[in-house]
Design a protein around this ligand. Structure first.
Ligand code: LAN
Length: 749
């Protein structure tokens, strides 16, 4: 072992001791250090024995005037980055990575396991210990917990985490619990928790179902057809994540699935409210929400709607005149729940419906196979990291990261040096493509076609996504010159078919499905913590990925003589033209685009510029003015160290927000900005900002070739952040690759 590894180990031991003794919340700097010394990291670091220390941070004024970087330093950084990153690949060809971040997911799992009496079997002691460790580590200095790991304390995060800690075995007197409880009570008590929290507490038996606005399963019995008017509000038209969460939620609500009132539940009831449990005014609680949690306050319309449904609810309960409708609705919803379970092989579309479906299937038959199958796929969502075990935002980002990794590696021009790795990645992409549609009449299951698509995570999960399919196609085409044609024309055509089918009338692309209803439906979004969840909207990211995939596909055709596709050229070109018009329509006056799935304007700038540049290349259009406007937007925000550092607050506020001045820029934002600027042909106008940006990436690279894990990079529903651990490696590598071929090798020409 080298001295460096010993030092790493010592630092890690010290950290473990410290965290055991004090259970402290770490600063960003400390976390950074820890991540560099943690067990996962130790497994893969091979300290490069170049006899060279880390390049001294070359931040003297002169060097930052924008001269090209030293070529040797540069080449070494790229090869080092690639050498390091290829070691993180799994045997099956994908790149694993932490996909945690949200804090409201694990409580659903813990409560489900508690209520079903499977804490010891589904989780077991080791996981319970690591999950507890994780929850302790994420506590904010004020004692509360955020919606996500970097967020300010909220009632949602704090109550659910408090309850989870207690169910996992922590005592009420435990210092973390005591501080969290204090936060809860100081901020008004658990009646102020948002609706999804009210739901989980009701399941546990710590909230009265009367204190929750109705989630009637009967809405699934409404007519779907738009002709009926009400059909536009049918849940089958919702964004699939919203739909798949409210589906089991309505079943559980309709059947009032509630855990046993154990001694511990009785204790928790006493701990989280300002009043004795029996005196809580549930009627009032229904519409209450802590101000810390309010991202999307209910419009008045909702209050009226929920009140009416609340009054109706009594008619639907057992022994009441409309109970037959409830029974019919429960039968309908469990049918759809079962379909989802079986077609995702019990993985389910996401972590929220995963555990809710599991609870429904347990209610159906506690000893049944379905519940066991569910239990067997819980580990798919768990990830153990330096800070403990977390529940991830999905069953991983395997396919997505792999398609990006491939494109990054190809961009370095060094792919032939790592052929084993490239071949494995091709295998993963090949075997992850979805080969068939879901069974039955898709429309009656509210499902889009899947045949030919790529998913975000794994083949078993299988839900098709517009941009994942597109990145899958692009990665495949990028690999062909290296490994040969490894996916048949027919299968590639299937993918193009999926991509075309996803295009909306607007010319843009949404995520998993077409947009099926109107944005006004957002008025009935009951989730106070999330924005824009009710329908599937067009996004610049999805649209750009689809446009660039179609463009790449057209370029491949052009190279190959005869027309090899079953899609006519004219169809593909029309899709591009419509898509381009859409991307232009959402570019802001200042040249920027708003990013919905990454932080934030830098992420979207990359997609926006890629889309326009690709269209110009294929259609012969000229987007120079728009590209330059976006480049200017970015250049105005370049930081003194040459990089970009965008805060996650951009996503919430929809306005560019800089990280604090005393923090270094963020390697992922910097990489996105470089990629955008190169697409915008900034190097032809003035290459100096690009030289400074590339140098910023070099300066932040670690001696082993890794880059530091900085602030969280992903986001969903405007307000919740999510970790993309692979981004810190693959985007700097990709940006440097593009910089080398477009800027350095051409001498800035
Ligand atoms: C994801 C992850 C992938 C992501 C991209 C492909 C990157 C994006 O371009 C399109 C949207 C998509 C598919 C996406 C949507 C929202 C998801 C599924 C997530 C961020 C992962 C977790 C999140 C999901 C909604 C979390 C569960 C929470 C609820 C509010 C239901």
């Amino acid at each position: 072992k080298t001295a460096e590894l010993d030092a790493c180990e010592r630092a890690r031991d010290e950290y473990v001791r410290k965290r055991r003794d004090e259970g402290v919340k770490h600063s960003a700097d400390e976390l950074l250090r820890i991540q560099q010394c943690g067990p996962n990291y130790m497994d893969v670091v091979r300290v490069r024995k170049k006899g060279k220390q880390k390049r001294s941070a070359s931040s003297t004024k002169e060097e930052h005037q924008g001269t090209p970087v030293d070529r040797n330093d540069f080449d070494e950084a790229v090869s080092g980055g690639l050498d390091f990153y290829q070691q993180l690949q799994m045997e099956d060809g994908h790149w694993p990575g932490d996909y945690g971040g949200p804090m409201f997911l694990m409580p659903g799992l813990v409560i489900t396991c508690y209520v079903t009496g499977t804490m010891g079997t589904v989780l077991g002691d080791a996981r319970v210990t690591e999950m507890t460790r994780y929850l302790r580590n994420q506590q904010n200095p004020d004692g509360g917990y955020g919606l996500h790991i970097e967020g300010h304390s909220t009632m949602f995060g704090t109550v659910l985490t408090y309850v989870s800690l207690r169910l996992l075995g922590a005592k009420a007197s435990d210092p973390h619990c005591a501080r969290a409880r204090k936060w809860i009570l100081l901020h008004g008590g658990a009646t102020l928790i948002p609706s999804w929290g009210k739901f989980w507490l009701s399941v546990l038996g710590c909230f009265d179902w009367d204190g929750l606005n109705p989630v009637p399963p009967e809405v699934w019995l409404l007519p779907y057809s738009g002709k009926s008017g009400i059909g536009w509000a049918h849940p089958g038209r919702f964004w699939c994540h919203c739909r798949m969460v409210y589906l089991p939620m309505s079943y559980i609500y309709g059947a009032r699935i509630t855990g046993e009132c154990t001694g511990l539940v009785g204790e928790i009831r006493k701990e989280i409210f300002l009043k004795p449990y029996e005196e809580v005014d549930w009627n009032k609680a229904r519409n209450e929400c802590a101000k810390e949690d309010l991202y999307y306050p209910h419009p008045l319309l909702q209050d009226a709607l929920w009140y009416t449904l609340y009054k109706l609810e009594y008619m639907l309960l057992p022994g009441r005149p409309l109970h037959f409708l409830r029974k019919k609705a429960l039968a309908e919803t469990i049918k759809h729940i079962t379909y989802e379970d079986e077609n995702t092989r019990y993985v389910c579309i996401g972590p929220v419906n995963k555990v809710m479906n599991m609870l429904c299937r347990w209610h159906e038959d506690p000893q049944g196979d379905a519940f066991k199958m569910h239990a067997s796929r819980i580990p798919d969502y768990l990830w153990v990291a330096e800070d403990g075990m977390k529940m991830q935002g999905y069953n991983g980002s395997q396919c997505w990261d792999t398609t990006f990794a491939v494109q990054a590696i190809v961009s370095t021009g060094e792919a032939s040096r790592v052929m084993e790795c490239v071949r494995r990645a091709a295998d993963y992409i090949e075997s992850t493509q979805v080969r068939e549609d879901c069974p039955g009449d898709l429309e009656s299951w509210y499902r889009h076609i899947s045949k030919g698509a790529w998913p975000f995570s794994t083949r078993d999960h299988g839900w098709p996504i517009s941009d994942c399919s597109s990145e899958g196609l692009k990665a495949t085409l990028a690999l062909e010159p290296l490994v040969g044609e490894f996916i048949s024309d027919d299968r590639l055509d299937d993918c193009v078919n999926v991509i075309l089918s996803y295009q909306n009338k607007t010319g843009g692309w949404a995520t998993y499905e077409n947009t099926r209803s109107f944005a006004q439906l957002e008025l009935i979004n009951p989730a106070e913590t999330f924005g824009d969840i009710v329908i599937d909207y067009d996004y610049v990211e999805c649209s750009s990925a689809c446009i660039t995939a179609i463009a790449a596909y057209l370029r491949r055709q052009r190279g190959g003589g005869e027309w090899r596709s079953r899609h006519p050229r004219a169809t593909l070109e029309r899709a591009l033209r419509d898509g381009k018009r859409f991307v232009e329509s959402i570019q802001k006056a200042d040249g920027s685009w708003y990013g919905s799935w990454g932080v934030c304007f830098t992420y979207a700038a990359w997609f926006g510029c890629e889309a326009l540049e690709a269209c110009d290349g294929v259609l012969g259009t000229d987007s120079r003015e728009r590209l330059e406007r976006c480049a200017d937007f970015l250049l105005e925000r370049q930081r003194p160290d040459g990089g970009w550092g965008e805060s996650y607050l951009s996503c919430e506020l929809k306005q560019y927000s800089q990280l604090p001045e005393d923090e270094p820029s963020h390697v992922v934002n910097t990489a996105w900005a470089i990629l955008a600027l190169i697409k915008a042909k900034q190097h032809l106008r003035d290459p100096r900002p690009l030289h400074r940006a590339a140098r910023a990436l070099l300066d932040q690279q670690l001696p082993c070739g890794d880059w530091p894990q900085q602030h969280i990079s992903g986001v969903f529903n405007r307000n919740c952040m999510i970790t993309y651990a692979n981004y810190r490696n693959l985007f700097p590598l990709w940006a440097l690759g593009e910089y080398r071929s477009h800027v350095l090798d051409l001498g800035g020409k």
